[in-house]
Design a protein around this ligand. Structure first.
Ligand code: NAD
Ligand code: TYD
Length: 349
């Protein structure tokens, strides 16, 4: 199979590329990525020389570029490329709507014109919004995204769904919970805990730290996508959860223990506006229809992740060197200003 992976220089996409090359010796992969701040060729170093993997730098919003890539005779697409960080979407949502909604529409159009036979859209559990205590979202739950990031992913998700309904274009949508593991850009919570703790820096815990996320090890998510790519039913949506619900402060404590670092690094800071309290999915459908279940326990996954970050200081330094530190400082300077403004305008402060 000739596969197009978009966003394959990012966290989940790169893990997927690696897994597909290992699992399917006959497959070749075109990897289209714009290399934004979160996409990095250091992340792909071990597969760049593999003749079955071709990296193409390009934007999914660039129709000509997308058409050019598809003219190589792509059979299936797994679409990861996105702006992916909620905090950034709160600061400025423009790139989120552009890449996540318009980029996806551009890709869908070009893929339909090129006769692509399978299109897997990697969506997210965040499209459902926040789950009440005890509640779990099914594939039929209503979409109620709360952050600009989640709203832009819901936009992509709905456009893709419409392409199946209207044109019978063979789309499959996946909605997965929070991923963790190697190669995750250190602005996301778990790698942020590790990288800051290793430098002895404080770790910002938003609000009361009791927000709950369901953590899935990235290779389990990739295995689900591989299964869905081959056996999923066209036009269907599959929730992908791991059943590992943790409060933020609890998972942070656990990681600090693994690193032998003190809990006193945890610093409670102002909450994220519109912060979803809990994400939780019912993922019986994929288990029942396709037999996929996540394999990595949270204990094993956290240990593997911590070991990987300890062994890959060089990767952290290289990706962080690309303006990350400056961004991070700016974000936090601006966070206070922005948050104060938002809260004030909402009458919450
Ligand atoms: P990431 O930010 O690590 O990677 C995104 C990649 O997309 C980067 O390599 C970036 O360069 C590329 N990209 C961004 N804009 C582009 C554009 N216009 N054209 C081409 N490439 C572009 O994100 P991730 O965590 O690996 O997430 C990948 C996908 O999985 C996203 O669609 C995200 O919404 C979804 N998802 C993520 C999680 C999670 O926990 N990280 C959970 C569920 C779903
Ligand atoms: P994040 O990794 O940004 O993923 P998402 O917002 O998509 O779930 O954040 C995970 C959780 O951790 C979320 O509840 C926000 C919280 N968080 C902090 O408490 N401090 C931080 O510095 C970050 C980045 C996130």
């Amino acid at each position: 199979m000739k596969l197009l992976v978009t966003g394959g220089a990012g966290f989940i996409g790169s893990n997927f590329v690696r897994q597909v090359l290992a699992k399917h010796p006959q497959y070749s992969i075109l990897n289209l990525d714009k290399l934004t701040y979160s996409g990095n060729l250091h992340t792909l170093q071990d597969v760049m020389a593999d003749p079955r993997h071709t990296f193409v730098r390009g934007d999914i919003c660039d129709r000509r570029k997308v058409q050019e890539v598809l003219s190589a005779g792509v059979e299936a697409i797994v679409h990861f490329a996105a702006e992916s960080h909620v905090d950034r979407s709160i600061l400025d949502s423009a790139a989120f709507v552009k890449t996540n909604v318009l980029g996806t529409q551009c890709l869908l159009d070009a893929a339909r014109a090129a006769g692509v036979r399978r299109f897997v859209l990697v969506s997210t559990d965040e499209v459902y919004g926040s789950a009440a205590p005890g509640e779990k979202f099914t594939e039929e739950s209503r979409l109620a995204p709360n952050s600009p990031y989640a709203a832009s992913k819901a936009g992509a998700d709905l456009v893709a769904r419409a392409y199946f309904r209207t044109y019978r274009f063979p789309v499959i949508i996946t909605r997965c919970t929070n991923n963790y593991g190697p190669y995750q850009y250190p602005e996301k919570f778990l790698p942020l805990i590790i990288t800051r703790a290793l430098r002895g820096e404080s770790i910002p815990v938003y609000g009361d730290g009791q927000q709950v996320r369901d953590w899935i090890y990235v290779t389990d998510h990739c295995a689900a996508l591989d299964t869905i790519l081959h056996q999923g039913r066209e036009g269907e949506i599959y929730n992908l959860g791991a059943g590992n619900e943790w409060a933020n402060v609890e998972i942070a404590r656990r990681i600090l223990q693994l690193l032998g670092k003190p809990e006193s690094l945890l610093t409670y800071v102002q909450d994220r506006p519109g912060h979803d309290r809990r994400y939780a999915l019912e993922s019986k459908k994929v288990q029942r229809e396709l037999g996929w279940v996540p394999e990595t326990t949270i204990e094993a996954g956290l240990q593997q992740m911590v070991d990987w970050y300890l062994a890959n200081g060089d990767w952290i330094r290289r990706v962080a060197a690309r303006g990350y530190r400056a961004y991070y400082r700016r974000q936090y300077d601006r966070r206070d200003a922005t948050l104060a403004g938002i809260l004030k305008s909402e009458g919450r402060k």
